[in-house]
Design a protein around this ligand. Sequence first.
Ligand SMILES: Nc1ncnc2c1ncn2[C@@H]1O[C@H](COP(=O)(O)OP(=O)(O)OP(=O)(O)O)[C@@H](O)[C@H]1O
Ligand SMILES: [Mg+2]
Length: 216
Amino acid sequence: MSGIFISFEGPDGAGKTTALNRIAPALDALTSSEVVVSREPGGSPIAEEIRKIILDIHGTEMDDRTEALLYAAARRQHLVDVILPTLEANKILLSDRFVDSSIAYQGGGREIGTREVKDINDFAIDGHLPDLTIYFDITPEVGLARIRSDHQEAMDRLEKASLDFHKRVHDTYLQLVKDNPQRIVSINADQAPELVVKDAVDAIIKRFPDVFNGGK
Ligand SMILES: Nc1ncnc2c1ncn2[C@@H]1O[C@H](COP(=O)(O)OP(=O)(O)OP(=O)(O)O)[C@@H](O)[C@H]1O
Ligand SMILES: [Mg+2]
């Protein structure tokens, strides 16, 4: 395996997808390797079908462990269909979310337990962790405010419950950062978009100076 696998993580509204749209071309200009962008859940035809199941029954009763297993199943298929072939072809794979999302959302947010969710994901990813993870740090309040910018002021009971959920997600992410200092680099996502992009690109160049060395 000779490519580079980089995942992008962080709470809802952290700006991952927005930043990735600019990080990918910035990296592409600095390397002779091809840069491929993918996302989870989904990223390949079967994984996108599993994504639809997860999203279809959104708002109704899906068992928390069923949800965790479906995310892990979608991840397995994405890995086999897209990530591993891309790395085998010596390319650079940027994934909008990966295994840390399951640990933070299902393990922490849904309170299944980080150990339990890590175990089923270890089975799914079979040792293929990212070479580097960029964690976009933002408080749940700021992240949610970006998403719900129309109706922040009146927090009803459900929104409050959802804020507690997002606080657990954030806390679990911070624990993952602490526990994986070699793999995960935390950047401040609560700043202007161009600064977020710069911090992410700088962190990636710093980690792989021989790959992003000026380019084509
Ligand atoms: N640095 C930033 N400052 C202010 N607003 C931002 C910033 N980055 C993104 N946004 C805005 O915040 C909202 C959420 O951004 P985005 O969809 O990129 O987040 P995300 O991390 O991909 O969220 P999700 O996990 O829900 O996919 C968008 O409306 C986007 O325009
Ligand atoms: Mg996104």
